[in-house]
Design a protein. Structure first.
Length: 332
């Protein structure tokens, strides 16, 4: 599907884009990948990695700017929407800006993709969109709903929209692993709550989930990858076994455990070998055989949360992952 195609990635200079672009170039050899983002310095740094590759293009723009999106989407076949205001405390203190990017930006992109005849769009979501307690999660829940509903009015244009949702991305900029690694020499690691758990997914797994969604989607599905959990104090112990762990309290808007599927979504959720799929509650799409395929319905009280997860990452597995990825942890 992606071979010889034109792909646009919004927010493409972030952690996801820095993995998606080289992996997709190697796997599918698309005709063109366009990176749309508003930070020219990040584009400058990223462009160095692909110098001389005519398949990679860079486009300064913002999802808040509807007209710029229309220009960027000329001739584009597929879109991956990764642009977001996503730091929880930043969103709490700058709510208007978060809404402009995460909600208004989603609306702009949906309209532009339909009008420009884009074939398929996959939007990146977050565990925080499931039963949200912070503004970031609330805006991403709204964004998810917008992308799902976008399938209702794409009409004869035929643009399809779906969403992928995953939790803590291991080693990404701003996440807990590079943070702990950066301060381990102090001998003290701050733990917000010793009971805290997090899902653990690699950037490579995140990219593969987007590929799968792009191939499998009919429109309106939310894909949730099956991934292991880990307790935050265990993560700290792997990174700095000699350091003292100091409980500092949960930050504004922070959850004790990550949740990717809530009990309210259980009636519309189906299980597959490597992922779950939440189908839309609108338009009877949750009973669509074309969308369900070979999925099995989950239990009516099903919840997919990091504390009740069946799969757990061992300290040995995390240590091996850190050793294998040490050179670029926190760099992207």
């Amino acid at each position: 599907m992606l071979e010889n195609s034109s792909i646009l990635v919004t927010g493409g200079t972030g952690s996801f884009g820095n993995s998606f672009v080289p992996m997709t170039l190697n796997r599918y050899n698309p005709r063109k990948i366009i990176i749309l983002s508003r930070d020219e310095m990040k584009q400058w740094e990223m462009a160095k990695k692909f110098q001389g590759d005519p398949r990679v293009r860079f486009f300064i723009g913002d999802v808040r700017d509807r007209d710029r999106l229309y220009r960027a989407l000329d001739g584009v076949d597929y879109v991956v929407h990764a642009a977001a205001t996503k730091i929880v405390p930043t969103a709490e203190y700058n709510p208007f800006e978060c809404v402009k990017t995460n909600i208004h930006g989603a609306m702009n992109l949906i309209d532009a993709c339909i009008d420009k005849g884009v074939k398929r769009v996959v939007a990146l979501s977050t565990d925080k969109a499931s039963s949200p307690i912070n503004l970031y999660g609330a805006t991403k829940l709204a964004s998810d709903k917008l992308f799902v509903a976008g399938n209702s009015y794409s009409g004869e244009h035929g643009t399809s929209f779906s969403v992928v949702r995953y939790g803590n991305v291991m080693g990404s900029r701003g996440s807990v692993i590079p943070f702990f690694m950066s301060i381990r020499d102090t001998g003290v690691l701050p733990i917000t709550d010793p009971r805290m758990t997090r899902f653990m997914i690699s950037l490579e797994q995140g990219v593969e989930l987007v590929w799968h969604a792009m191939q499998d989607m009919v429109g309106g599905e939310i894909y949730v990858k099956k991934i292991p959990s880990m307790r935050v104090p265990e993560i700290a112990s792997v990174i700095a076994p000699e350091a003292r762990q100091e409980t500092v309290g949960i930050r504004p808007g922070e959850k004790l455990h990550e949740q990717m599927i809530g009990i309210e979504d259980a009636p519309f959720t189906y299980e597959y070998d490597e992922h779950y799929k939440i189908l839309p509650s609108i338009n009877d799409w949750n009973s669509s055989k074309e969308r369900i395929k070979n999925g099995k319905p989950v239990a009516e009280d099903f919840v997919y949360s990091s504390d009740s997860n069946k799969e757990w990452m061992t300290p040995e597995a995390l240590s091996a992952w850190i050793e294998a990825n040490r050179s670029h942890i926190g760099a992207i």
